[in-house]
Design a protein around this ligand. Structure first.
Ligand SMILES: *[C@@H]1O[C@H](CO)[C@@H](O)[C@H](O)[C@H]1NC(C)=O
Ligand SMILES: *[C@@H]1O[C@H](CO)[C@@H](O)[C@H](O)[C@H]1NC(C)=O
Ligand SMILES: *[C@@H]1O[C@H](CO)[C@@H](O)[C@H](O)[C@H]1NC(C)=O
Ligand SMILES: *[C@@H]1O[C@H](CO)[C@@H](O)[C@H](O)[C@H]1NC(C)=O
Ligand SMILES: *[C@@H]1O[C@H](CO)[C@@H](O)[C@H](O)[C@H]1NC(C)=O
Ligand SMILES: *[C@@H]1O[C@H](CO)[C@@H](O)[C@H](O)[C@H]1NC(C)=O
Ligand SMILES: *[C@@H]1O[C@H](CO)[C@@H](O)[C@H](O)[C@H]1NC(C)=O
Ligand SMILES: *[C@@H]1O[C@H](CO)[C@@H](O)[C@H](O)[C@H]1NC(C)=O
Length: 551
């Protein structure tokens, strides 16, 4: 009943909302234009009513990266070699020949869950101390490099990601040009965290899903008590200071909105700040300037502006500055102008310049309704989950066709589909499958990230991440192996065996872990302890602490 009503009146509703928006806008135009950004800081967060109600336009399943392809392959002058390489690679992958070659190679290979395997080193992502801005040669070299010869980046195993994280703690960022009280405060917090007492039951947190629950708990408490953030007021709307709250890239908008409206962490005096936020929307930047060279230059001009106007950037070379950006392209357009900053990125690909320990992964959350950002789903208990695995989605990138080739209509307990219908029925089916499967396959699309991971967590379906080189969210603090499964891309042909080899006991533990991490992936209009907003900020704080050195 609700749906047919909706369909019938949707267009009328959109028109009404549009007219209302214009009227409201006209009324308040003068007022708004007189206010400067600072007057919004410290106010409570308000949410525009008019965004509500349009949310059913999207199917629950989403096609990440859909908008980012256009023109990319052909804008040769501005593309870095490693990106061109990847897209040529994607195109080739679609040809039968490559698919055949690839699967042949795979078939001759053993099976195994990624984390168990140890593969020879893939190169250290970090260079010591002062050379922080330089990146892994393999991912960043010029077009003459072997990488441009259509070779897919070598996969990085979870074991390697873990050791890269540990190694990153041995490197530190640029030595500040002069000392500050804030740095000393951070250093004392760091010592307190390192000496945190080991307690098995920290503030009700479920220890198995964390790397070190005591340290996390202590670090989080200290962040709440001490962290101060300054938000630059410079930067024009709509690219700066204008959060976009719906859709696939909404994470960056939600963070911006909640950060700018926050009273606890924000300081108006930048001298009191430990961290500096560069408040732009990569999604609007992308919509406004479609060429990636122009986007890069735009951000470069911004950095020059704040570096000339204030002394903070120059003091640390930007290492205490951060950005939060979800668009696929954000990673590449910030890698030069904001290379020393802590980057919270959805597209967290270690083969494309993401630096574990400095950069941090922003979860992709597909927001359908601003008023109700998360559909709280009643989920079936493990005993009622009769399917082994589920996937549905568009054939983006090279991996999904391989997944379907091996598993579409092959086994009754493997529900592997292409794009589902975008109507209400398709959506219901999608939800049903997530509700009745033990494992939900999160296969990379054009890029490594996918909203499926968070969708699976909400559906209490254990995520199976098939995306080599992806660093999962909050990798610094969460022990992902306690609530998800990592399968290498080349092990897709063994997917079913890998999942069947997980014992019922282990599955139940993973399922429990999924329930226990749900709180970290929830948006709240007024942020609450341990929610997504705080976790994103905590990872940034964590990485600043990890790299800080005194003058
Ligand atoms: C913000 O909201 C809280 C509770 O909703 C209220 O107690 C507080 O006074 C508000 N602050 C401002 C600045 O409006
Ligand atoms: C596939 O393999 C054959 C030989 O096994 C080789 O000649 C051909 O170049 C390969 N194709 C691709 C696209 O790698
Ligand atoms: C990076 O590559 C260049 C040329 O390919 C080489 O001269 C340089 O030593 C490499 N740097 C590192 C750190 O490997
Ligand atoms: C980090 O440095 C310490 C001491 O300098 C050393 O014992 C440790 O093995 C290093 N860790 C890594 C991962 O390189
Ligand atoms: C851990 O703490 C929570 C609340 O602080 C409590 O409910 C729970 O029983 C404790 N668990 C153990 C094993 O002590
Ligand atoms: C980009 O933003 C600027 C400033 O807000 C605006 O003047 C311009 O029209 C926008 N361009 C596009 C293509 O949206
Ligand atoms: C920071 O450094 C840049 C380049 O070295 C310089 O142009 C700028 O004036 C400096 N900013 C301040 C505030 O001194
Ligand atoms: C999942 O299944 C349970 C039990 O059958 C049901 O109550 C719940 O509404 C379902 N959730 C969704 C999202 O379909």
């Amino acid at each position: 009943m609700g749906i047919s009503f909706y369909v019938r009146f949707r267009h009328l509703f959109i028109v009404v909302v549009f007219v209302a928006t214009i009227v409201v806008f006209q009324c308040y135009w003068k007022t708004f234009s007189l206010l400067n950004v600072s007057s919004f800081i410290g106010n409570n967060v308000t949410f525009e009513k008019e965004e509500q109600g349009l949310d059913l336009d999207h199917v629950f399943d989403s096609d990440e990266g859909r908008n980012s392809r256009k023109g990319e392959i052909f804008s040769s002058s501005s593309s870095k070699s490693f990106e061109v390489e990847n897209h040529e690679n994607e195109i080739l992958s679609f040809t039968q020949k490559t698919l055949h070659n690839y699967t042949q190679k795979v078939a001759s290979d053993g099976s195994g869950i990624q984390s168990i395997e140890i593969v020879s080193q893939n190169g250290i992502p970090w260079l010591p101390k002062t050379s922080l801005p330089s990146l892994n040669n393999k991912s960043m070299t010029s077009s003459s490099s072997w990488m441009s010869k259509l070779v897919r980046p070598r996969p990085t195993t979870l074991t390697q990601l873990n050791s890269q994280l540990l190694q990153s703690y041995n490197y530190s960022s640029m030595r500040p040009k002069w000392s500050s009280r804030c740095d000393r405060e951070l250093l004392s917090a760091k010592l307190e965290i390192e000496n945190a007492k080991v307690i098995s039951n920290s503030s009700g947190l479920y220890a198995p899903v964390y790397r070190q629950v005591s340290k996390f708990s202590r670090s989080y408490e200290l962040m709440e008590r001490k962290l101060k953030v300054y938000i630059y007021r410079e930067g024009e709307k709509p690219i700066f200071h204008q959060p976009k709250m719906r859709g696939l890239y909404a994470s960056e908008g939600w963070f911006m909105k909640l950060m700018e409206g926050n009273n606890r962490f924000i300081v108006k005096d930048p001298k009191k700040a430990h961290l500096f936020y560069l408040p732009f929307s990569s999604q609007i930047l992308r919509a406004n300037l479609s060429d990636n060279k122009k986007m890069e230059q735009y951000l470069e001009r911004y950095v020059n502006l704040i570096a000339r106007k204030y002394s903070f950037w120059n003091r640390t070379g930007g290492t205490d500055h951060f950005l939060v950006a979800c668009h696929d392209w954000a990673s590449r357009i910030t890698v030069q102008p904001m290379k020393s900053c802590i980057r919270s990125l959805c597209n967290a690909n270690v083969a494309k310049g993401f630096q574990i320990g400095k950069d941090t992964t922003l979860p992709v959350t597909y927001i359908h309704s601003v008023m109700n950002p998360l559909i709280k789903i009643a989920a079936k208990p493990p005993s009622e989950r009769t399917m082994l695995a589920f996937f549905a989605g568009g054939m983006h990138g090279y991996l999904r066709p391989i997944l379907l080739k091996h598993w579409e209509k092959k086994e009754p307990d493997m529900k592997i589909f292409g794009q589902m219908a975008r109507d209400a029925e398709g959506k219901r089916l999608y939800m049903d499958y997530m509700n009745s499967s033990k494992y939900c396959i999160c296969a990379r699309g054009y890029e490594v990230h996918s909203p499926r991971i968070v969708e699976a967590i909400f559906s209490e379906c254990v995520p199976v991440i098939i995306s080599d080189n992806y660093v999962p969210p909050f990798f610094e603090v969460l022990n992902w192996e306690a609530f998800s499964v990592f399968v290498r891309e080349r092990d897709v042909p063994n997917l079913r065996n890998i999942l069947l080899s997980i014992s019922e006991e282990k599955y139940l533990a993973l399922h429990l872990g999924v329930k226990k991490v749900q709180q970290h992936f929830l948006w709240h209009k007024v942020p609450v302890k341990y929610d997504l907003f705080h976790m994103i900020l905590h990872s940034i704080w964590n990485n600043r602490l990890a790299q800080i050195i005194l003058q």
